[in-house]
Design a protein around this ligand. Structure first.
Ligand code: ATP
Ligand code: MG
Ligand code: FE
Length: 353
């Protein structure tokens, strides 16, 4: 079974073709074309919705052709067409969603509306054999949440950020330090040379019951420290980056630990922890989660960075998982700029999950 997946919810235009493997052992990525718009947004220090939507229009058709070519197939050779229908920026979503529906109609193929967060949450099952239930930590520029993945279309949010997303915190702190957008990779690089213990930044929510996150207080603390220093030297910038990253790492690990406790107290035992979202590329976060998992006997499933950040393969895979269970959608399915994962009653024609 092969599914074409289209992703346009934010600043990546992405198209991929993914095939299922016999026996449920993950999937094969036949092609995965990603075009990032970062350069077009960098001057504004963040994603500009109107620029994003227009940029998706400019390249999507070309990427679809390229993804089909690279997969050695044409539209007749795929079994279904999936697109992220939200959450995200409405203008961009409409571009990918409309293209997917048009292709489905013209080629007479089933259409599947995918929740972008669901695509991140199911990535662990694309890259390896992983049975439900498991935990998924989604950390990106727009989202920060811990989810219990109970089945396809069956998700329970254990906690989410009450203010900034993790990637947003990285990007805002990077901006304060005079680093380019997106700031995450720059902070990570500088942190390697800095002293993580020099500044004792707050760890919001640390030790708190539940699995919610809060990151804006940490960002404010960094801002105050920069103001106190005045003009930070290179040394200061590296130490600020290292100390900030250390605080984020501590918070994420603590929240996952707490979420794991909630999970087991409810009588379940997760089969692993999957990380998803662009911040999941961060080496310090990965190493800390690897340690946490080793300590708690949990399997750590860390997809390669290219499958953590936004891409078409994970959308195609989520589409494939739904399609395999008879969950297809009507062409009237509307874009959902807001679409909480728990409210994932997406399909009009539900099969057995
Ligand atoms: P969405 O939230 O809808 O998934 P997005 O475009 O914000 O969209 P991604 O593309 O998955 O999400 O992630 C981008 C974010 O990841 C940016 O905030 C960026 O700074 C952050 N990021 C990327 N690499 C790293 C890294 N090595 N360390 C920390 N943060 C990183
Ligand atoms: Mg992005
Ligand atoms: Fe994403």
């Amino acid at each position: 079974m092969r599914v074409l997946g289209i992703e346009t919810t934010c600043d990546e235009t992405a198209v991929a073709v993914v095939a299922s493997r016999i026996g449920g052992d993950g999937g094969d990525i036949l092609s995965n074309e990603v075009m990032s718009q970062i350069a077009q947004h960098a001057a504004y220090g963040g994603v500009v919705p109107e620029i994003a939507a227009r940029a998706h229009i400019d390249v999507l058709e070309r990427l679809i052709v390229r993804a089909l070519d690279a997969a050695g197939t044409d539209i007749a050779g795929v079994d279904a067409i999936a697109a992220s229908a939200g959450p995200g920026l409405i203008g961009g979503i409409l571009v990918g969603l409309t293209a997917a529906k048009a292709l489905a109609l013209a080629a007479d193929k089933p259409f599947i509306a995918v929740n972008h967060l669901e695509a991140h949450a199911l990535t662990g099952r694309l890259t390896e054999r992983l049975d439900f239930p498991y935990l998924a930590l989604l950390v990106s520029g727009g989202h920060t949440q811990l989810v219990a993945v109970l089945g396809v279309g069956d998700y329970k949010r254990l906690g989410s950020t009450v203010d900034d997303a993790a990637g947003e915190a990285f990007d805002k702190v990077a901006k304060m330090l005079g680093l380019p957008y997106p700031g995450g990779p720059h902070i990570e690089r500088l942190a390697e040379e800095g002293d993580p213990a020099r500044f004792d930044f707050p760890r919001p929510m640390f030790g708190r019951e539940g699995a919610d996150f809060s990151l804006s207080g940490l960002k404010t603390a960094v801002r105050q420290e920069i103001a106190r220093i005045g003009t930070p030297t290179e040394r200061d910038v590296a130490d600020l980056a290292a100390s900030f990253q250390a605080a984020i790492v501590d918070v994420l690990v603590d929240r996952v630990r707490s979420g794991l406790r909630i999970f087991t107290q409810s009588g379940g035992q997760p089969n692993g922890l999957v990380i998803g979202g662009g911040v999941g590329a961060n080496g310090a976060i990965r190493r800390a989660l690897t340690r946490l998992c080793a300590e708690t006997g949990l399997r750590f499933v860390s997809p390669p960075p290219g499958l953590c950040s936004d891409n078409g393969a994970v959308v195609a895979w989520a589409g494939l998982e739904r399609f395999a269970r008879g969950m297809t959608d009507d062409l009237t399915f509307a874009a959902r700029p807001r679409w909480p994962l728990d409210a994932n009653a997406g399909s009009l024609h539900h099969g057995k999950a």
